[in-house]
Design a protein around this ligand. Sequence first.
Ligand code: PLP
Length: 223
Amino acid sequence: MSMVTQNLQNIYQSILKAEKYSNREPDCVTLIAVSKTFGIDDIRPALEAGHRVFGENRVQESQSKWPQLKEEYPDAELHLIGPLQSNKAKEAVGLFDVIHTIDREKIASAIAREIQAQQKPLQLFVQVNTGLEPQKAGIAPDKAIEFVQRCRNTHNLDICGLMCIPPFEENPGPHFALLAKLAQQASVDGLSMGMSADYETAIKFGATHVRVGSAIFGTRDKI
Ligand SMILES: *Cc1c(COP(=O)(O)O)cnc(C)c1O
């Protein structure tokens, strides 16, 4: 069994355990295997092991890997988890099935236009900058509910949930709790939160999607 396959098995087990601990249904949490910086040959063992849900943070990098992988595995589901420029909206809507990083008016309208043009419905999450970090993407928490409503009403977008990346050096629990509260207030069910270091915690706070990279594929070279 490859390292990646072994890692995936271990993470499936810990997710099941965290679901059980939190009195949640087994398999209610979607594991997004974050394959950014890894090449096709690193990703393929995960597909061969039966995993189908993957995350990437750059449109251009994904275009060099996923058209080929999707041809081999047409049921693979690709999530964009990195910041999006509006001039990449066309490519993003063409390649991805889910986008987690809707965070401003300009992106919402560019994505809405492309969904219409390509007649390709996507699942969308609004990214919230729960730590109000200046270098981080995401809408401010106090603007999030109104923004979700505007995405729905003005842009006719199907917003299915909220996403956050807590500040690296902080305890993530309060950030996960804030995101869960905002999602409830905005009437969305999806919660994209939790990474390699804290996905079990995120599940206890209600995560529906965890984004796990290095615990599956190994440490990344710094880029
Ligand atoms: C890279 C990345 C992840 C995965 O991070 P790991 O710590 O390797 O699990 C999750 N979410 C986002 C937005 C990322 O960019």
